[in-house]
Design a binder for this molecule. Structure first.
Ligand code: ZN
Length: 984
């Protein structure tokens, strides 16, 4: 996923990247920590699982889980607009205000309210640059019914979290406010609708509040400063051909943000916040008729301004011109080249359009596969390369090909990138590739269809937003599935290959090169890059030939074992099995999804059992699963998995090793087989191994030029007490990796299954799982007693430590404050620590942001461990102006001192309780939660039914407890201050 980091330089300009606001990450309320690494591993797994959903949303951009109750009626004509899903109640008031309402019980007892405005930075006059976004901030700083900060205050008391729940974002063409609420409190729901009504036209825009908010928005802007922003300012106007989009970046200009008069923002609000550009979306566990009545009452009196300004649509013009921009920056760490070929956006209205969208999706899938294969070839010619058709800004689409070059090898890397595009254009794809891509597409939409009664409210909201803002149809998943079934089989290879001819063209083609300053003298001129492309086009090429893959994974099938005991826990609904090889299996059937089984397994050991000398190789052993298993190498395994919904990843973390996975019901046996293969038949792959190492080394080349990386490495080193297992990446560490040793360690960790505990959560039951468990888990080899993890005694150093890092060109500072020490672990104490963190977080926002206007998003988080020893750490972090760093640190410390002397304000304790209880109500309705929670309990040797006491434990926490904990743990005896400041 490293690609993202570089692609960001370009992705930031996409239409789909709004500025999210009020965002501070919330920690899980009921967090468990025996092993941080596992959590991270698991999260990564989940991310890639969701990536397929992302791909899906591109292939079928209107497919996001729509429930539908419509008849199988065929459209009268394929060019007619697709009708709206009849399960949505929609209407328009006489003032032009639109509404969409839908009943949905995922999650239960919740409702999501959105106010969507066809209003964004593109509508700003020259003296208003940045004010669409500023206006969005002001909606949280006083409205008719909620003066000053009352809105946030009221919602927090009702259990709605600031940032995690209530939020807003501003983009070029839209401003969106979101408010998820409990649906079981009619008073709150009524007030929620009032809040949206206030946002629509009744913001106070008090001059005093405006002045206070300037600092906050400028701090938000400061966070975006750095290499990517500086380079963007140079290339954006060029590739956007000086269109209005180039000069309407939503964050705006310092000049306007510092100096605008209240009348200027009032003018913006008056001109554009008006009913004919607004819609409300309500999806949730609600009575549709009642909500419709309330909306009709509340929003009917909204008025359009007299002599209203027309709301223009802006476009980036397709002039046929090609552009070339080469930009360097002191803090850029890699050389990136990107070819962007712009095209008019594909319309999406009718069934015919939908078919074209499917074809383009198939093309992208196959192209992505080609580039992935390229990365597996020996002597990798680049760090990363990718290509595909994406949505561009200003009603355009684009074919993008991007490469992150190896240091000093731009020509080589660029040619490798362009060669693959050229090959596809010249020879197209093969029938086998098309068939596989069709299988992937079909599986994805089928999976969405099968979960149609469990689609989350949020996914419906996304659809209705697209419908309101862009007229993207929302016909419902049943209709979409029908269209895919109807069209997919008939799509031919020439049709898909035609896409390359249509999109890889030589007009409207921009070439962008971003590089570190030090390569300035060596960067190619436009003529040279064009010559490279020309050379590639005249190269002798062969079409790709794919070898035949083995049909099965395992070389040696397992010898099944037996289940020797079975126990039911009525309270949790969990079945525990003990197998003939001693492995324990826990099964928790749930109904949150129709087709989702999540699993994890762990046994003690991990990298802790290896010496410091072996540690690098032991860490690197985590890549072994990517080499394939059994009969299948990496490439074959990818193809084998393409038609399946399976995600499995073995891992070795500090204190345990095991496997994380997810599968659809129908693929569960294949998942178990692959899991067994990862344990018993891992593979070596020297080519991939080399590629990974050389890529990591290349990425390190300019790391010391990035202020963020230098700071991160300092933080890791200081907090890890300079132990090599905790320090950041370095050439020395990479040089210590021995791939052969890594493979040995992998085998060693998985050769003996003694001590393993498996946990399955989801749409399964013990009847269907038992045969698979006997075949693939009871058969895992046990060759002795289980390992024990070693206590390495590495923890955050004690005492008072201060470190200042001076690096970077922008006037920006980053602050990290850390309190840590021994912790008296118990479930109650863990929650009390969580309460301490939350009241600090609330105060940091009130004081550093709202009162002192010194930061955008201060952030506190806490972690506690039980094993190997009870410890805690509490982090406070924020970005700010360098001149304010010490003052703001003093304010934060002052808040902690006050917490120790006076205790927390009761209202903040109440907010913590309301938020915790409300958040748990929805969290508990997911497989993710149960897998994470049970896994933590098992690793910590805590009761699996502890969650039942959660509300009681939360309710028992008092202000006095929090004060006592602040005194015990936040004395300041162990206090680390790490500050990043600009270079001297
Ligand atoms: Zn903002």
């Amino acid at each position: 996923m490293k690609m993202k980091r570089y692609l960001k330089f370009y992705i930031v300009i996409r239409d789909s990247t709004p500025i999210p606001d009020k965002q501070h990450t919330q920690q899980q309320v009921f967090k468990r920590k025996t092993n941080n690494q596992l959590k991270i591993n698991f999260m990564q797994k989940k991310i890639s699982w969701r990536l397929s959903a992302l791909v899906l949303s591109f292939i079928f951009p209107i497919t996001i889980n729509v429930h539908a109750q419509q008849k199988n009626s065929k459209p009268s004509s394929t060019s007619a607009a697709l009708p709206l899903d009849p399960a949505v109640r929609t209407g328009k008031l006489s003032n032009g205000f639109t509404y969409y309402i839908r009943h949905n019980e995922e999650p239960q007892k919740r409702v999501t309210l959105y106010l969507v405005n066809k209003v964004g930075s593109i509508l700003e006059d020259e003296d208003q640059r940045g004010l669409a976004h500023f206006m969005e901030h002001m909606s949280f700083n006083g409205t008719t019914h909620y003066p000053k900060n009352e809105l946030i205050n009221y919602l927090q008391k009702s259990g709605v979290r600031f940032g995690a729940d209530i939020n807003a974002s501003t983009n070029y063409d839209q401003t969106v406010y979101q408010l998820p609420l409990p649906a079981d409190n009619p008073e709150l729901l009524k007030n929620g609708i009032q809040i949206l009504r206030d946002w629509a036209q009744n913001a106070t825009l008090d001059p005093v509040e405006i002045d206070k908010e300037r600092g906050v928005v400028l701090e938000e802007k400061r966070l975006g400063k750095g290499a990517s922003e500086r380079m963007q300012q140079q290339y954006m106007p060029v590739i956007l051909d000086n269109s209005r989009y180039a000069s309407r970046s939503p964050i705006g200009t310092d000049k306007v943000l510092n100096n605008f008069k209240p009348a200027t923002i009032r003018r913006f609000y008056h001109d554009w916040y008006r009913p004919d550009l607004q819609a409300i979306i309500v999806v949730g566990d609600i009575n549709v008729n009642q909500i419709e009545k309330q909306i009709r009452l509340k929003f009917a009196d909204l008025k359009n301004p007299a002599n209203e300004r027309p709301r223009p649509s802006y476009h980036v013009a397709l002039t046929g011109k090609n552009h070339f921009v080469a930009v360097t920056d002191k803090e850029m760490t890699a050389t990136v080249a990107e070819v962007i070929i712009k095209h008019a956006q594909l319309p999406l209205r009718s069934a015919e359009d939908y078919r074209k969208m499917i074809i383009r999706g198939l093309f992208n899938t196959m192209l992505g596969e080609r580039y992935a294969e390229l990365s597996r070839k020996p002597n990798l010619p680049f760090i990363q390369a990718a290509a595909g058709i994406n949505g561009f800004i200003g009603a355009l689409d684009s074919y993008d090909a991007t490469v992150v070059a190896k240091p000093g090898e731009l020509e080589h890397s660029f040619k490798a990138l362009w060669l693959e595009t050229e090959r596809v254009k010249r020879f197209g794809f093969t029938i086998a590739e098309l068939e596989r891509a069709k299988k992937v597409s079909f599986n994805q939409i089928e999976a969405t269809y099968e979960e149609r009664d469990k689609a989350p409210s949020e996914s419906y909201v996304e659809e209705y937003m697209a419908l309101f803002l862009k007229h993207t149809p929302s016909p419902g998943i049943a209709r979409e599935f029908q269209l895919v079934k109807q069209y997919l089989p008939g799509i031919s290879l020439p049709e898909v290959n035609q896409i390359a001819a249509d999109y890889v063209t030589s007009a409207n083609r921009d070439i962008l090169i971003l590089a570190p300053d030090k390569y300035k003298g060596q960067l190619p001129a436009e003529s040279l890059v064009l010559r490279w492309m020309d050379e590639v086009s005249r190269e002798q090429l062969k079409p790709i030939e794919h070898k035949q893959s083995a049909a099965t994974v395992l070389i040696t099938p397992p010898a099944p074992g037996k289940i020797i005991s079975e126990q039911q826990d009525k309270e949790s609904g969990i079945t525990t099995l003990v197998l003939s090889n001693g492995i324990k299996v826990l099964l928790k059937p749930t109904t949150y999804k129709n087709n989702e089984i999540l699993f994890t397994a762990f046994s003690p050991g991990g990298t802790s059992v290896y010496s410091d000398g072996d540690f690098q190789s032991a860490s690197f052993a985590n890549v072994v699963p990517s080499f394939g298993a059994g009969h299948l190498d990496n490439d074959e395994l990818n193809k084998y998995l393409s038609g399946k919904q399976i995600n499995i990843r073995p891992f070795i973390s500090e204190r345990i090793q095991g496997v994380n996975g997810a599968a659809a019901n129908k693929d569960m046996e294949s998942a178990m087989e692959l899991m067994y293969a990862y344990f018993t038949e891992p593979r070596k792959d020297p080519v991939l191994s080399d590629n990974m190492l050389s890529r990591s080394k290349a990425e390190l080349a300019n790391r010391s030029d990035s202020p963020g990386s230098v700071y991160q490495d300092t933080v890791s080193a200081v907090l890890g007490n300079y132990n090599i297992r905790r320090t950041g990446p370095s050439m020395e560490k990479l040089n210590r990796i021995n791939p052969d040793r890594a493979f040995e360690i992998y085998k060693e960790r998985f050769a003996n299954a003694a001590g393993l505990t498996f946990l399955f959560v989801g749409s399964t039951d013990s009847v269907s799982m038992k045969p698979l468990i006997e075949k693939y888990i009871a058969s895992l080899p046990v060759t002795g007693s289980p390992d024990e993890a070693k206590d390495l005694h590495i923890h955050i150093p004690e005492g008072v430590i201060e470190r200042r890092v001076y690096k970077g060109n922008e006037p920006k500072a980053t602050v990290t404050l850390v309190y840590s020490g021994p912790f008296d672990y118990s479930p109650e104490n863990e929650l009390k620590m969580e309460a301490v963190k939350e009241v600090i977080q609330i105060r940091l926002i009130e004081r550093l942001r709202e009162e002192e206007s010194g930061v955008y998003s201060p952030y506190a988080r806490v972690a506690v461990t039980k094993l190997p020893e009870g410890r805690f750490n509490l982090f406070i972090s924020f970005g700010c102006g360098p001149q304010n760093a010490d003052k703001l640190i003093a304010s934060a410390q002052d808040e902690i001192t006050k917490l120790r002397t006076d205790g927390p304000r009761q209202v903040n304790v109440d907010k913590f309780k309301a938020e915790s209880l409300r958040t748990m109500e929805t969290k508990i309705q997911s497989n993710d939660f149960w897998l994470g929670y049970l896994n933590g309990q098992l690793q910590n040797a805590e009761s699996i039914n502890q969650i039942n006491g959660y509300s009681a434990m939360i309710n028992k926490i008092t202000a006095a407890d929090i004060k006592e904990f602040a005194n015990t743990y936040l004395s300041g005896k162990n206090f680390i201050k790490l500050i990043l400041l600009p270079g001297k």
